[in-house]
Design a protein around this ligand. Sequence first.
Ligand code: SF4
Ligand code: SF4
Length: 164
Amino acid sequence: MSYVNELLVGGWSLVEGMKVTFRRLFHPLVTVQYPRKRLEMTTSYRGHIELKTFAETGTHKCISCGTCEKMCPSGVITVKGEKVVGGKGKAAVYWEIDFSKCSLCGICVESCPTETLQYSKEYQIVGETRADCVFDLIARLTNGAQQSREPVVEPKGKGAEASA
Ligand code: SF4
Ligand code: SF4
C-alpha cells in the first residue's frame, strides 16, 4: 500500500472512530456512581437463597421439613427446627447455606412445600474466606442483614382473587 493510501485509510478510520465518540456524547449517561448509588436488580436476578417474610406472620414459614436439605444436589443446606411451643409441628431455628458451593439451581426454591424460599437481590456480599460464605438465613432475617423485598401477602384461600 502506498504512503498516500495508508494516510487515507488511517484518516478514514479516525473519522469513523470520532463519529462513534460524538454520537455517544449526546446519549444519556448509564454510569452508576457505585457505591454512593445502588443498582436495582432485575426481577430475573438470582442472588443467594433467602427466606421470605410473610405479612400475616411477620416472619418466614420454614417448618424444618428437610425437603430442601435432601433435594439440594450440592449438599449445602442444614436446617434445624424446634417444636412450636403451644402449637403444631416444628419451626426452623437455624437455616444454614454454604453459598460458596451453591450452584443456584433453584431446586430448593421449587421443592419447598411452604414456598418460604426465594432468590435474594444481593450482589455485593464479599468475604475473605470460604467460611464467610456460610450464612444462617434466620439470623440474617432477624438481624436485618437481609435486604429483603416487601413482605409476601398471600391471597386468603383459593378463589380470593375472583371474589375480590
Ligand atoms: S439453589 Fe440448588 S445448590 Fe443452591 S442451595 Fe438450593 S438446591 Fe442447593
Ligand atoms: S425451607 Fe422449605 S423445604 Fe426447606 S426445611 Fe424449610 S419448609 Fe422444608
